[in-house]
Design a protein around this ligand. Structure first.
Ligand SMILES: C[C@](O)(CO)[C@H](O)COP(=O)(O)OP(=O)(O)OC[C@H]1O[C@@H](n2ccc(N)nc2=O)[C@H](O)[C@@H]1O
Ligand SMILES: Nc1ncnc2c1ncn2[C@@H]1O[C@H](COP(=O)(O)OP(=O)(O)OP(=O)(O)O)[C@@H](O)[C@H]1O
Length: 288
């Protein structure tokens, strides 16, 4: 039996460079793992089956769960003739823009690699991961990465300096496909510059990093749900250095100098907005 931690992620930058023939968008983004995480337990079983123990609202416990798909892909690719039972402890909010499903799938690949002693490299796992979803290769490796292509081409960047995050999750579940489908370049006021962000990361300049945050998908999700802009403003008013939507949303993360500052802001947000789930987190480093 093996237990794996599956970290969530935020996007420090997210830019769309164009639409591709395969229906996906060409992206350029800097992704960051956070310690808000799910826990998966994987054990071998004698029958040739995949048993999923997942009791989470809004998440299927059937074959359409990314965990199931990842386990099936792994067993098939490596001709493994026994089965697995996988239990999920869900802490990352669902359909939030924090890669909840993607990180669970990545954890299954990493965990089964260890459980079956295959010693596959991160690069080999990332090939499988890309079949499961655009964010899954990043979630296999974690840390701070530049992601290109449809998100699956990852390369490491300098890591964040010490800081902490407040994350808020409004009671909205947003479909990633819907957000990309409704993206209109002409509605974007400013595109983030990933090179600039990488320079600030290399200098460990938290203020510069905060000044370089940007996500073009805000134009769709915040354009549709303007209340999200109010939460962003409030996070900054309460002392955050900056706030940005993560991924396709609706979660917003606020960057704070340290955990004590994040705690103070989280307390105020919880008190003022009962409709929000509020989390505190810190950056997580790479797994491999
Ligand atoms: C928004 C982000 O989370 C930012 O990290 C990712 O770009 C989305 O990654 P993901 O959830 O792993 O996405 P996938 O499961 O691969 O795709 C979900 C849907 O989003 C759209 N999609 C996704 C990635 C991409 N580069 N272009 C797209 O247009 C497609 O309609 C696709 O059907
Ligand atoms: N293991 C899983 N955990 C969470 N959601 C899952 C899982 N498997 C499938 N899903 C489905 O995936 C959809 C997106 O949920 P998820 O939490 O992955 O969103 P997200 O954080 O916005 O993803 P991303 O940031 O990668 O776009 C939901 O409809 C959910 O039911």
């Amino acid at each position: 039996m093996i237990t794996i931690t599956a970290n969530g992620k935020i996007n420090l930058t997210l830019d769309i460079l164009g639409r591709r023939d395969d229906g996906y968008h060409e992206v350029e983004m800097i992704m960051q793992s956070i310690n808000l995480s799910d826990k998966l337990t994987i054990e071998k079983i004698d029958i040739c089956d995949i048993i999923l123990d997942c009791v989470v609202e809004g998440v299927s416990d059937k074959k359409d769960n990314l965990i199931y798909k990842a386990a099936e892909l792994f067993l098939r690719t490596y001709n493994i003739s026994c089965g697995v039972k996988i239990s999920l402890e869900k802490n990352i909010p669902v359909a939030a823009g924090l890669a909840g499903g993607s990180t669970d799938a990545a954890a299954v690949l990493r965990g089964m690699n260890d459980l079956f002693d295959l010693a596959l490299s991160a690069r080999e796992l990332c090939v499988l991961a890309a079949e499961l979803g655009s964010d899954v290769p990043f979630c296999v490796v974690g840390g701070t990465m530049l992601a290109k292509g449809r998100g699956e081409k990852i390369s490491p960047t300098a890591s964040l300096p010490n800081c902490a995050f407040v994350l808020i999750k409004p009671k909205l579940g947003i479909s990633t496909a819907w957000v990309y489908k409704n993206y209109r370049e002409q509605l974007v006021k400013k595109h983030p510059d990933s090179n600039l962000m990488m320079g600030e990361l290399a200098k460990k300049n938290l203020d510069g990093i905060c000044g370089s945050l940007g996500n073009v998908l805000e134009s769709v999700t915040i354009g549709t749900y303007p209340q999200l802009a109010v939460y962003k403003e409030k996070l900054c008013l309460y002392g955050a250095k900056a706030a940005l939507m993560s991924g396709s949303g609706p979660s917003i993360f606020a960057v704070c100098g340290d955990a004590a500052a994040a705690r103070r802001i989280a307390v105020k947000m919880r008190r003022e907005y009962e409709e929000l789930e509020v989390y505190e987190a810190v950056p997580a480093s790479a797994d491999k």
